[in-house]
Design a protein around this ligand. Structure first.
Ligand code: T46
Length: 153
């Protein structure tokens, strides 16, 4: 099954056909004449304690990133500036999210394959992660990921 969602559209409409293990998260925004301020607290706005933050920047517009899944890691992905496409796949359903609103993140549970492309010029992607970096947590081969999904179900 293939779906496509805008992360800056109405959250409820996105829940009509949710891919297992992904959902959008809306952060608070404080607006005044000086500009907007958004904040995020682990365990409150995201469903885990934040153990790592990383960001992607200086990304060429034709770049393709991701192409892996995680055994245990949970993450929330934001487009702090610009936009990009995040395709997520739980082994059954493949869904596209178009991230472009810094107040709205995409929660990605463990065991979800993800690919990123269609970066706009100057896009900045920030990721909040539930664990420190660990290469052993990655599936970097899609067939191995699918085998593991089937073994779990
Ligand atoms: C994900 C997407 C959204 C580190 O040393 N520490 C880190 O915290 C990270 C994230 C990466 N690295 C190293 C591992 C590789 O040698 O940086 C190199 C590039 O990593 P990778 O090819 O995994 O980058 P992306 O952009 O394809 O994927 C990253 C995350 O790895 C991944 O979890 O969901 O961003």
């Amino acid at each position: 099954m293939n779906n496509s969602f805008e992360v800056d559209c109405d959250v409820k409409s996105q829940l009509d056909t949710p891919p297992l293990g992904t959902r959008t998260i809306q952060l608070p925004v404080i607006t005044d004449p000086r500009g907007d301020l958004t904040f995020v607290e682990g365990g409150r706005h995201v469903p885990f304690d934040i153990k790592r933050v990383y960001y992607l920047y200086n990304v060429p517009v034709d770049s393709v990133r991701g192409g892996h899944a995680h055994r245990d890691l949970e993450q929330v992905v934001f487009a702090l500036s610009g936009s990009f496409r995040m395709t997520v796949d739980d082994g059954t359903t493949r869904t596209e999210y178009h991230l472009r609103d810094p107040r709205k993140g995409l929660y990605i549970n463990s065991m979800i394959w993800r690919e990123m492309d269609l970066f706009s010029q100057g896009a900045v992607c920030m990721v909040l992660a539930s664990r420190p970096y660990d290469e052993a947590d990655y599936f970097r081969n899609y067939d191995e990921f699918l085998t593991a999904v089937r073994e779990k179900s």
